[in-house]
Design a protein around this ligand. Structure first.
Ligand code: CAA
Length: 240
């Protein structure tokens, strides 16, 4: 029977590429989104992938939404915690609200997404957790104290889950994308973006599909011995 995969923030950007790549591999995919109904409807129309609306920052909404997905599509075998936001500002201008929104979505959102599926994965003896972190969680970034903190925190989540899940057939891994051609990166002021591209040895932004292919590998049976790791996919911009 086809495995079921849940991709948060799965109807746009990197998440959409992940949803489509998993579908191509034969998974039954559920893609969540927080607000953009139009993009989600278009995505479903184009791909046939079901979309579900809830805010990853809200635990109760996540739990309820995940129960609905499992009732409709079956137990979730693969979770891709991809939903993320930016609220960039230099630290001296960053507001507590900008801090909180990013922490709630990018860090607590991972807890909210994984926690409800964890008991089922433990019972069934199989699970794949893939968390989309960021190059900026590894190296920090001017204007992203909030975002970098959450993305570094995501790596701590993965390394701990890897140890807790291993005996139950569950792996947890992270991917740290560099700068990928998505709306999020295109929202960076052009001059700043051009300067960043100048720091990428490959000389270009990454493509969402280049991240999706990493997810497909980590979700596969072949990746059973890969646990607690971080795949760095950033065009050579930064090495850990
Ligand atoms: N390094 C050093 N100094 C910098 C700088 C940098 N990277 N960026 C800006 N500055 C300096 C400016 O030159 C300016 O200096 P002066 O005051 O001496 O002129 C000072 O910082 C303040 O700059 P601004 O007044 O322009 O600050 P701002 O309030 O407009 O905010 C910013 C600037 C929001 C941080 C903007 O520079 C920015 O958006 N930077 C991009 C941050 C970034 O890379 N975000 C990633 C988004 S994509 C993503 O997150 C996906 C992923 O995982 C990779």
């Amino acid at each position: 029977m086809a495995r079921t995969a849940l991709v948060t923030g799965g109807s746009r950007g990197i998440g959409a590429a992940i949803s489509k790549a998993l579908q191509n591999e034969g998974y039954t995919v559920a893609a969540t989104y927080a607000g953009n109904d139009e993009a989600a409807a278009k995505f479903t129309e184009e791909t046939g992938i079901k979309t579900y609306k809830w805010n990853a920052a809200d635990y109760d909404a996540s739990k309820e939404g995940i129960a609905k997905v499992e009732a409709e599509l079956g137990p979730i075998d693969v979770v891709v915690a991809n939903a993320g936001i930016t609220r960039d500002a230099p630290f001296h201008k960053m507001t507590p609200q900008q801090w909180k929104e990013v922490v709630d979505t990018n860090l607590t959102g991972v807890f909210n997404t994984v926690h409800p599926v964890w008991p089922g994965m433990r019972e069934r003896g199989f699970g794949r957790i893939v968390v989309i972190s960021s190059i900026n969680g590894q190296k920090g970034q001017f204007g992203q104290v909030n975002y970098a903190a959450t993305k570094a925190g995501d790596l701590g989540i993965v390394k701990s889950l890897a140890q807790e899940g291993a005996a139950k057939g569950i792996t947890a891994n992270a991917i740290c994308p560099g700068y990928i051609a998505t709306d999020m990166v295109m929202a960076v002021p052009e001059k700043v973006r051009e300067a960043i591209i100048g720091q990428i040895p490959t000389g270009r932004l990454g493509e969402p599909e280049e991240i999706a292919r990493c997810v497909v590998f980590l979700a596969s049976d072949d990746a059973g011995f890969v646990n607690g790791s971080t795949i760095t996919a950033n065009g050579g911009q930064f090495f850990v």
